[in-house]
Design a protein around this ligand. Sequence first.
Ligand code: NAD
Length: 251
Amino acid sequence: AGRLKGKIAVVTAAGQGIGRAIAEAFVAEGATVHASDIARDKLDGLRRVKKAKLDVRSNKAVSRYAEKVGDIDILVNVAGFVHHGTVLDCSEEDWAFSFDLNVTSMHRLISAFLPGMLRRAEMTGQSSSIINMSSGASSLKGAPNRYVYGTTKAAVIGLTKSVAVDFIRQGVRCNAICPGTVRSPSWEARVDELGRSVGGKDKAMEMFVSRQPMGRVGEPDEIAALAVYLASDEAAFTTGTAIPIDGGWTL
Ligand code: NAD
């Protein structure tokens, strides 16, 4: 405990799954955490965080939020959406929606918070840390039926490296986390959906697990542990990376 003591963090999509686990882990490590989600009620059970409704697709809402929150040390961009299907299933509208939610939202949040992160870095003498949620399904690996999802998550890695290189001498680090399959409410929904076409949830679960070299899916806490590390001063020498955490999926 105490690895993030004195730090101020913003976590998007903190209502459930990976974002929620990150918000909880940051609190446990002593950070002041601003937890937001488009669904305000999903934040309800979170303890010792500052809660706000935030739709990361709204430029206006994001800049208002950044003004209200003020200067921060840690920004974690978690919000994202999994579109299913190949290029033939993806309309231009689907494409635009996925890019807006998965990539442009990160541009919005970083644009709004970076000036304050630079100020904090200068003031504290410690680096500020931006953490972007990418995926193994990205430039790391082509995953079947994840056409626009994989494309957006590859873009997240490019965005991450571009920000990292531009601010490397100004005390801001920027890294991407690339999870494999992780248990979360939206993943459970994907299992249910697949279950309907393959003859049951158990069968669908088996299919998901069988593509995991380690023979299991990941837990949100395991991703949160990596986020704590990247957010903390222990990772002061780490920037511009895209770190797989996937039970060997991209191996
Ligand atoms: P999830 O999909 O179950 O939950 C997503 C959360 O995002 C919800 O609380 C939802 O209300 C919120 N959200 C949706 N639209 C929003 C918006 N416009 N503004 C703000 N919040 C919004 O969570 P998860 O499965 O843990 O996924 C979180 C992130 O991790 C996503 O970027 C996802 O692509 C990535 N990821 C997940 C997995 C996995 O297997 N679960 C694997 C790799 C990467």
